[in-house]
Design a protein. Structure first.
Length: 248
């Protein structure tokens, strides 16, 4: 194990395998293109089985992390513990809370992610649900931007976000998509009931597949000339409306 610029970095095939077997959450693994051998195959099987984010990259990318004997593999430990939504949600019901889940579809900017997490923790969100792929890396910048909120709010990383959303629907939550293309507004719907709110990437918004799963599509009132809000701001305004309704 090496400490260099990032204290969460580990390198070497065997070291990463042992880390996975130890039950540690890995934020991401980088493997050199064309890497072969029994140990490499074992590692790739573990990564696939544990649904760990993986990037296959040229050796130059691996060398940019460390010049030591990395054997073509570098991984980063997550600074937070990931949870499973199927474990978090029952606990929310058992505590007699009205669930509020925030789903982030392809929010890849670390600072936006951190800002959203900070607001979510302040607004009483029970968990943040993210996909394994195409999501911001939870690193030191994300923790800092969240003002430490990521140490308190459960983050659920799911390889199949569609199945996770279906689980929420089957558990009695209404799925609310925040989209500027909607005709209704957040204040027009009942947010007193168990709810999961989806916000999407700034470039493309919410994926069509998830929009189709939504029970309601709503937007935030905007009176200015600019047609859209930063995703962190939009999430904050949506969560404020939930609190406004539930705390009156």
């Amino acid at each position: 194990m090496e400490v260099k610029k990032n204290e969460h970095m580990i390198y070497g095939i065997r070291a990463v395998i042992e880390t996975i077997h130890a039950g540690k959450d890995l934020e991401k693994v980088f493997i050199q293109k064309g890497l072969k051998g029994d140990l490499a195959k074992e590692l790739q099987g573990l990564i696939h089985g544990r649904q760990i984010p993986l990037s296959t990259v040229p050796v130059e990318k691996i060398n940019s992390f460390t010049r030591k004997n990395h054997q073509g593999v570098v991984a980063f430990l997550s600074p937070v513990q990931y949870h499973k939504i199927e474990h978090v949600l029952p606990a929310v019901f058992e505590n007699r809370r009205v669930p509020l889940i925030l789903i982030l579809d392809r929010v890849t900017d670390v600072r936006n992610f951190g800002g959203i997490a900070r607001t979510a923790e302040c607004m009483g969100v029970d968990a943040i649900l993210i996909p394994t792929k195409n999501s911001a890396q939870i690193n030191a910048d994300a923790i800092k931007t969240s003002a430490g909120a990521l140490n308190f709010i459960p983050v659920c990383r799911e390889a199949n976000l569609k199945e996770a959303i279906q689980f929420l629907k089957d558990s009695g939550l209404q799925i609310v998509a925040s989209t500027e293309k909607a005709e209704s507004y957040f204040q027009d719907i009942d947010l007193m009931v168990p709810t999961a709110i989806i916000v999407g990437s700034e470039d493309e918004g919410i994926s069509s597949a998830y929009l189709a799963m939504a029970d309601k599509q709503v937007k935030i009132p905007i009176s200015g000339e600019i047609a859209s809000l930063n995703v962190s701001v939009a999430a904050a305004m949506a969560l404020y409306e939930v609190n406004r309704q539930r705390l009156i």
